[in-house]
Design a protein around this ligand. Structure first.
Ligand SMILES: Cc1cc2nc3c(=O)[nH]c(=O)nc-3n(C[C@H](O)[C@H](O)[C@H](O)COP(=O)(O)O)c2cc1C
Length: 198
C-alpha cells in the first residue's frame, strides 16, 4: 500500500511557516489529475493566503453568526461549536483552499433524479480530487485538513468566492505542528460482505 495512504492524518495544528508556492501548486496539480465522471473535472480551486485568507475567515465568521440567528442547517445546530473550532484551525493554516463545484446546483433547490445522479457523480469526482490533494500533501511533508464545517457559512463563502456553483469543501494546508495517532477505523470484517454466488 502507498505509505501516504497508511500514514496520512488530518492535521489540526500547523507551524507558522509559509508553504512555498511550488508545493501548493503540486498539491493542486494532484487534485486536477483525479478521475472524474465523464471527465467533467467539476472543480475550481480558490487559494487564499495572507490578507485574502483573513477576508475568507471574516466570511466564515459572518456565516457562523448568521447560522445562529437564521440557520440554513437547523438540524446541524449541535455541530456549530465544532465549526468554531475548525475556523480556528483555518486561521492557523498558512493556506486555505476553497474547492468549488462550478457545475453544482444551489443548496436549497430540489433536484429531479437525473440532476441528483449528476450531482452524486460530480461529488465523487470532487472527493477523488481532494483525496489526491491530501495524499500528495502528505507525501510532500505537508499536513492538511479536509473541511466541510464551511457549510455553516455556505452563502457567505459562496459570496466570497464569487461566480456560480456550489461550495464542495475547504482544504487547510501547511507544515504539520502535531503528529496525531491513527484514528480508529472499522475492521473489514464489519464493513465488507463477500458474495461468491454459493
Ligand atoms: C468530507 C470530510 C469533511 C471533514 N470535515 C472536517 C471539518 O470540518 N473539521 C475537522 O476538524 N475535520 C474534518 N474532517 C476530518 C475528519 O474528522 C477525519 O478525516 C476523520 O476523523 C479521520 O481522521 P484522519 O483523517 O486523521 O484519518 C473531514 C473529513 C472529511 C473526509
Amino acid at each position: 500500500m502507498l505509505s501516504a495512504i497508511q500514514d496520512r492524518r488530518s492535521i489540526r495544528v500547523f507551524l507558522e511557516k509559509p508553504v512555498p508556492r511550488a508545493l501548493v501548486e503540486e498539491v493542486l496539480l494532484a487534485g486536477s489529475l483525479a478521475p472524474s465522471s465523464k471527465n467533467r473535472q467539476p472543480w475550481r480551486f480558490l487559494v487564499a493566503e495572507g490578507r485574502a485568507k483573513e477576508s475568507l475567515l471574516e466570511a466564515m465568521d459572518r456565516g457562523l453568526e448568521r447560522e445562529g440567528r437564521s440557520p440554513l442547517l437547523p438540524g446541524s445546530a449541535a455541530y456549530r461549536s465544532g465549526a468554531e473550532n475548525t475556523r480556528r484551525i483555518m486561521a492557523q493554516a498558512p493556506v486555505v483552499i476553497l474547492v468549488i463545484n462550478p457545475l453544482g446546483q444551489p443548496l436549497d433547490r430540489p433536484l429531479d433524479p437525473e440532476e441528483r445522479v449528476y450531482e452524486i457523480c460530480n461529488a465523487q469526482s470532487l472527493g477523488a480530487a481532494v483525496e489526491n490533494m491530501s495524499l500528495a500533501a502528505w507525501d510532500l511533508g505537508l499536513g492538511s485538513l479536509w473541511i466541510c464545517d464551511t457549510y455553516f457559512a455556505y452563502r457567505e463563502l459562496m459570496d466570497w468566492a464569487g461566480g456560480s456553483g456550489e461550495l464542495f469543501a475547504a482544504f487547510a494546508l501547511g507544515y504539520p505542528g502535531e503528529a496525531p495517532p491513527p484514528r480508529p477505523r472499522k475492521s473489514l470484517g464489519k464493513i465488507v460482505e463477500w458474495r461468491d454466488g454459493n
